[in-house]
Design a protein around this ligand. Structure first.
Ligand code: M6R
Length: 590
């Protein structure tokens, strides 16, 4: 959470940083700020709201044209959403500016200590202790870099920090929170929470290791605080197209990313079989397989449970990552954990991985972010190849996770080639599902639902996790309360919520038709407005969305009309489809 961008080069730093922050807004967008220096005086501009709503004219700060600076887009943890709490924060003497992502666990202690040294604080944040601690050490005769080192050594927690000194030096540290270094032409240096912030300037990246401290002064150097020496880190080349992280002609990333799903599924159909075979080997060798993730990725895992059971004839255990450590007692060196995360930085998923590692278990991750913490802490990784997903809501990353899980299971069942063929076929069908006609049809449903307070969704078998994911999509972007149940659970209490006109979305499939239709009848009998989604229409349905039966791949196709519905509902209810309230894409705090 929170996005960081720092720049040193020959361009106008405030603009480079502002543009970088725009692409990082998915990490947090309640306030933003930029600090630049002309090698003498630091200027800070901050505001509440989204940096993408800032015009160039608002960026004019006194040292215009400065080519060194740091910036931040915030998702509040310590302290409310106010201009004072927005980053960058200055040291008391105004000579050091700091941006920060994560949590400084011992900040209260540090604050109390600094107050005793006559430091005063302007914000409620943990961040403000950082520049003041650096100033404190500089006051004892250390230079900026040494003072920063000493400060970081005494800061507990998970964080990424970048500090700018008034003379133009920059230091940054990565400690359990993402931070990457971009190396541009002519000694240009970028430091950011992820590569999308500088992709249009450079694709040459250094993924920092834990406790790496970057020192930028002319050129750059990496000093590892644990190893206590200068270290060399390899430069990797990112193969993402820089247009992929831009909106292009679309109004929102949400719709752009929904439409990209046909290509993403096709890309996965071109995956090297050996990657999947290798994973299957580990699964077969393991004594106990656990699959963990959060949010949407967790629903992809749930679909996986059904597929493993049916096709691989194997039981795997599922747990939301945030609860996993309470089950770690079962783990042994022979256990295998499959962790799924689009961002590769989700704190809850990372702690599940660490819990597993602490028991000596093996970890395979499925992630979209090369070089991410989850990828680096796993024994092996499968890359989702979904391309940058900028909208806070997961869409293409979800369907790519489903496709990869399906391929693993097909391979276990000895039907990898058939799996690939089915994905190719599905990719063509997704073009149809996302076509303008299909979208307009869903729009007519969103107009009927735009003012409702509740939507209930029912599914059985693979359609149950799909219903859960559809409910999450509707909730997080339109703020309509949506709740999903396994069809059979309806009569165990939830049916009490159904009354005249309550919208109920029923996910059907050839396999589950009979049972789910009886649930549809039960809600219909209580006056529900019944929306069917699946291969066959039925007279019970007041509205029907036809989606062909894709069998074991139903979760991939059935979610797409629901993503479109969520998008349309957001538009009709004047909600921001890319940046829903209170959410951040990369949830790097527990
Ligand atoms: O990056 P991750 O896949 O680990 O993220 C997990 C969840 O935070 C994420 O799926 C979240 O639920 C999205 N808002 C869903 O749209």
């Amino acid at each position: 959470m929170c996005g960081i961008v720092a720049y040193k080069g020959d361009k106008d730093a405030s603009k480079v940083i502002r543009d970088g922050l725009k692409t990082l807004e998915y990490r947090g967008y309640d306030s933003w700020g930029i600090a630049t220096t002309d090698d003498s005086v630091i200027d800070v501009i901050k505001n509440i709201g989204k940096v993408s709503e800032t015009y160039d004219s608002n960026l004019k700060i006194s040292n215009n044209g400065s080519n060194k600076g740091i910036g931040h887009t915030r998702w509040a943890t310590h302290g409310g959403v106010t201009k004072e709490n927005a980053h960058p924060h200055l040291s008391q003497n105004g000579k050091i500016a700091v941006v920060h992502n994560g949590i400084i666990e011992n900040f209260q202690e540090q604050r109390t200590f600094l107050k005793k040294q006559n430091f005063s604080f302007l914000s409620d944040t943990d961040t403000e202790t950082i520049p003041n601690t650096i100033e404190y050490h500089m006051g004892r005769g250390y230079d900026f870099v040494e003072a920063a080192k000493r400060s970081f050594e005494h800061m507990d927690g998970q964080y990424a920090v970048v500090a700018l000194n008034h003379d133009g030096k920059i230091v940054a540290i990565r400690r359990e929170a993402p931070l990457v270094l971009g190396i541009g032409l002519n000694n240009e240096i970028f430091i950011a929470s992820d590569v999308t912030a500088f992709l249009e300037h450079t694709k040459n990246v250094i993924f920092l290791e834990e406790n790496d401290m970057v020192i930028v002064d002319g050129s750059f150097e990496i000093f590892n605080l644990y190893e206590n020496c200068v270290v060399e880190r390899p430069i990797s080349r990112i193969d993402w197209d820089n247009e992929a992280a831009k909106k292009g002609d679309f109004d929102h990333f949400f719709m752009k990313e929904i439409l990209e799903q046909a290509d993403v599924i096709n890309r996965i159909a071109n995956i090297e079989q050996s990657i999947i075979t290798d994973t299957v080997f580990d699964i077969k060798a393991a004594k106990g397989v656990y699959i963990v993730a959060c949010g949407t990725a967790a629903y992809a895992c749930m679909s996986g449970l059904y597929l493993f059971s049916k096709l691989a004839k194997m039981h795997i255990n599922f747990c939301v990552a945030s609860e996993f450590e309470h089950f770690k007692h079962f783990l042994t060196e022979d256990s295998l954990i499959i962790a799924i995360s689009q961002s590769g930085e989700t704190a809850d998923t990372l702690s599940a991985i660490r819990a597993a590692k602490s028991k000596g278990s093996k970890v395979i991750s499925i992630t979209n972010m090369v070089g991410s913490s989850i990828m680096r802490e796993s024994d092996k990784s499968i890359l989702q190849k979904a391309g940058p997903e900028i909208c806070v809501l997961s869409t293409k990353s979800y369907t790519s996770q489903l496709a990869i899980i399906a391929l693993i299971v097909y391979e276990m069942d000895g039907h990898f080639d058939e799996g690939i063929a089915s994905l190719r076929e599905l990719s063509r069908y997704i073009y149809y599902l996302t076509s303008k006609n299909s979208r307009d049809f869903i729009k007519s449903l969103s107009e009927k639902l735009k003012d409702v307070e509740h939507i209930y969704l029912l599914g059985r078998n693979l359609q149950y996790p799909t219903a859960l994911e559809a409910a999450l999509k509707i909730k997080e972007v339109s703020y309509i309360h949506a709740e999903a149940y396994a069809g059979g659970e309806l009569k165990h209490g939830n049916i009490a919520l159904i009354s005249e006109g309550t919208p109920c979305i029923i996910f059907t499939s050839d396999q589950t038709e009979k049972a789910i239709l009886s649930n549809a009848m039960e809600v219909k009998a209580r006056g529900a407005f019944v929306i069917g989604l699946g291969p066959k229409d039925n007279e019970i349905f007041d509205f029907f969305i036809k989606v062909r039966d894709a069998g074991d791949l139903n979760p991939i196709v059935q979610i797409i009309p629901m993503q479109i519905l969520a998008y349309q509902l957001a538009l009709l209810r004047n909600c921001d489809p890319d940046k829903p309230r209170n959410l951040a894409k990369s949830v790097t705090v527990k």
